[in-house]
Design a protein around this ligand. Structure first.
Ligand code: SAM
Length: 389
């Protein structure tokens, strides 16, 4: 179990530092933050732990090697020199996928087949096999990613992307990726004893991620990972990681999380998703239009991904909604408000410049995350007055 590996937690553009923080919080110190990824050295047991716990990373990949490759020969020889047998067993199935950006070796199908051939040759020698490799066993998705002539050879440890927590049974038209929703919550200073609201909750992603964070529930607890059947990761590492997650969950933490949306069907979907996430009735859901939102408590957090007004005919309505939100929140200066939108006029419509802004991508849409920090209350607020739902 003390075998060291190099892992790559891949991150959406703009989320690298947050993924880095999460990796550090898991206790891994030796980390490098690069574009689109966080690279870290760790014990093999980090594979189960990182997959189970990282809320904002897309995947966890095992780095097998990194080298310069400007010719097919170089790609072949360097690939063959890597210790594939330490990871892929005799009957392992290992398709090779690839990508190439700004590199001499631009033909991805050729790169894939060269890498495949090099690994086959290596494994046959190292495992002492002189016929075909059966490839009927555990699944190892190898990736050759070439960027500016540097090849990165990895094996995906996650399987489906880490945003697939296993709770989404339904969704609306524009659901937020769970990893981004978790990042939106983590960027705030919300603590689980404070009110938390998403008044445009759709299928409930932000509120559900907040509840998982609030009770310290590992986001991967309800799903499987590709590396669960790999023989070089001892079963006890997986058992220990799941046990650690079970022990760390704080199901007694009470929460005041509220999600509302104008669309009743979406509220039903949000309820089902929350049930599936094992949160039961922990989140309060309500069909309501945002303009009816009246915070009765102090010191709360409003975190939301409203419509952006990009569709024909939607813009004016959305702009009116932003104005309305600004008017409502003006009377509640102790609330912190966090809004993700691609609408560049947001601050003007809301009526106030944001305390802080952060560029983020929601899929391919360039957005800003507008952050308004609430004024600290003079005395401890009385939050026992109900919420106004
Ligand atoms: C971008 S979607 C939110 C998606 C959500 N974050 C998720 O992950 O499913 C915006 C939501 O705002 C809701 N909406 C639109 N106008 C509204 C209004 N006036 N009041 C409340 N909700 C509204 C829509 O029904 C939609 O679900």
């Amino acid at each position: 179990m003390s075998k060291k590996v190099t892992l790559i937690a891949t991150a959406a553009m703009g989320l690298e530092a947050i993924v880095g923080k999460e990796v550090k919080a898991l206790g891994y110190e030796d980390i490098q933050i690069e574009n689109g990824r966080v690279v870290f050295e760790a014990d093999v047991s980090a594979i189960p732990r990182a997959n189970l716990w990282l809320r904002t990373a897309d995947r966890v990949k095992l780095l097998v090697g990194r080298f310069k490759a400007t010719s097919f020969d170089e790609l072949f020889e360097n690939t063959k020199a890597l210790p594939w047998e330490a990871f892929i067993e005799e009957d392992g199935e290992f398709p090779v996928v690839g990508k190439s950006v700004k590199s001499k070796l631009y033909s991805v199908p050729d790169c894939q087949s060269i890498v495949k051939k090099a690994i086959v040759e290596r494994l046959k020698v190292k495992h002492g096999i002189d016929s075909w490799l059966k490839e009927t066993g555990a699944f190892y998705r190898v990736e050759v990613a070439i960027h500016k002539d540097e090849a990165l050879l990895t094996i995906d440890t996650s399987g489906s992307g880490l945003h697939k927590r296993g709770y989404r049974v339904g969704q609306g038209e524009a659901p937020l990726k769970e990893t981004l929703a978790a990042a939106l919550v983590q960027i705030t200073n919300w603590s689980p004893d404070q009110p938390f609201v998403d008044p445009f909750c759709g299928s409930g992603t932000i509120a559900i991620e907040a509840a998982l964070i609030g009770q310290n529930i590992a986001p991967g607890f309800n799903r499987e990972f590709a590396s669960e059947n790999w023989s070089f990761i001892p079963q006890k590492a997986w058992d220990a990681a799941f046990q650690e997650a079970e022990d760390a969950a704080n199901y007694d933490q009470s929460l005041q999380i509220f999600g509302s949306d104008i669309d009743p069907d979406l509220i039903e979907i949000a309820k089902k998703n929350a049930m599936e996430a094992g949160l039961g009735e922990l989140i309060t859901w309500k069909q309501m239009q945002m303009s009816d939102f009246k915070p009765k408590q102090e010191n709360g957090y409003l975190v939301s991904n409203p419509p952006y007004g990009e569709r024909m005919g939607e813009r004016e309505e959305v702009e009116e909604m932003y104005r309305n939100l600004g008017t409502i929140m003006r009377d509640h200066p102790s609330w912190s408000v966090y809004i993700l939108t691609s609408h560049e006029g947001f601050e003007k419509l809301y009526g106030k410049p944001a305390t802080k802004k952060r560029k983020l991508f929601n899929g391919f849409i360039k957005t800003d995350y507008y952050q308004y920090f609430g004024r600290k209350p003079k005395s401890k607020p009385d939050n026992g007055k109900g919420f106004g739902f």
